[in-house]
Write a protein that binds this ligand. Structure first.
Ligand code: ADE
Ligand code: ZN
Length: 326
């Protein structure tokens, strides 16, 4: 409808997107076959019907299993390129995707294979689709800080292809403070810093991400509402939250979209953005997330414009690079 057309044509940035979370079942089967691997599902439909999650860990178990089909540079290229084509269809003009190198190096897939495939697709995205991008490497927080240090070392030859380093995977029991030293090193290297915090974990993890890791954005952050002083700080300092509505309902952070707090946060003056997180697993890319929020919570045109502008403003682009999209 006309309303959806409006949301589509708004220039939007996606700031919270795991490339491994864009692996559609069709591509997963294709890559499994190409690489001579057997998947524990009879077909695409059987795999899709397994996407029923009670919490974050249920999802992560399938997500890491699925990522096992990614082996060659071409695999990483095909994954990234398919995502960029979806972005073009949704009116996404800029992306800052995450990837999880440790889930691949643990399977003896070299860092260079990952970077080459991903960056070649991102370059083609700029050349052929006009989509700009900046890449973010994420540490897996269920692994040790020592493992994160090793990963940072392995990524150093590719440093110029990274804009920031993030922190993802199972949040409960893996607080930001566990990674304070390695993010000190990330800071010394002049890279940006983001972290998942306040998705399943408490508001205190958001405080730790801000005060100990010095994050420039908070990924998810929806549990900030449990601490009014934190809410006030996020508003006063306009620290962006990269909120993922379909993810939050599929992982039962909110029971239903009607219960989601994103529009409440926006109305309080927080710099919230809409993102898709792992769209192949959660049933929708960026535009579908805007539509789902609009349909369940209501979103005026002015609010849609504000959300899209927030996504551009919260990006790592320079002011001059942002200007044409604002
Ligand atoms: N890895 C991929 N998606 C994630 C999420 N929503 N939270 C934590 N780790 C993730
Ligand atoms: Zn995420």
């Amino acid at each position: 409808d006309a309303d959806t057309g409006f949301l589509r044509t708004l220039p939007k940035a996606e700031l919270h997107l795991h490339l491994e979370g864009t692996l559609e079942p069709e591509l997963m089967f294709q890559l499994a076959e190409r690489n001579g691997l057997e998947l524990p599902y009879s077909d695409v439909d059987a795999l899709r019907s397994a996407y029923e999650f009670g919490n974050l860990q249920d999802f992560l178990d399938l997500y890491y299993q699925g990522a096992g089909v990614l082996q060659t540079e071409q695999d990483f290229y095909d994954l990234t390129w398919a995502y960029l084509e979806r972005c073009a269809a949704d009116g996404v003009v800029h992306v800052e995707p995450f990837f999880d190198p440790q889930t691949h190096t643990a399977r003896s897939i070299p860092m260079s294979t990952q970077f080459k495939g991903i960056t070649r697709a991102l370059n083609d995205g700029q050349e052929k689709l006009g989509i700009s991008s900046r890449l973010i490497l994420c540490f897996l927080r269920h692994l040790s800080e020592e493992d994160a240090f090793t990963t940072l070392q392995q990524a150093m030859p590719w440093r110029k292809h990274l804009v920031a380093v993030g922190l993802d995977s199972g949040e409960k029991g893996n607080p930001p403070e566990k990674f304070q030293r390695v993010f000190d090193e990330v800071h010394r290297l002049g890279l940006g810093i983001v972290a998942h915090a306040g998705e399943e974990g408490p508001a205190d993890y958001i405080w730790q991400a801000l005060n100990l890791l010095k994050v420039q954005r908070v990924d998810h952050g929806v549990r900030c509402v449990e601490d009014p002083a934190l809410v006030q700080k996020l508003i006063d300092e306009q620290i962006p939250l990269t909120v993922c509505p379909l993810s939050n309902t599929r992982l039962k952070v909110f029971g239903d979209m009607a219960e989601h707090n994103i529009m409440q946060l926006l109305e309080q003056g927080m710099c919230v953005t809409i993102n898709s997180d792992d769209p192949a697993y959660f049933g929708g890319y960026l535009l579908q997330n805007y539509i789902a929020v609009r349909d369940a919570l209501g979103m005026t045109e002015a609010q849609a414009i504000q959300l899209a502008r927030n996504s551009i403003n919260a990006s790592f682009l320079s002011e001059a690079e942002k200007a044409p999209h604002l």
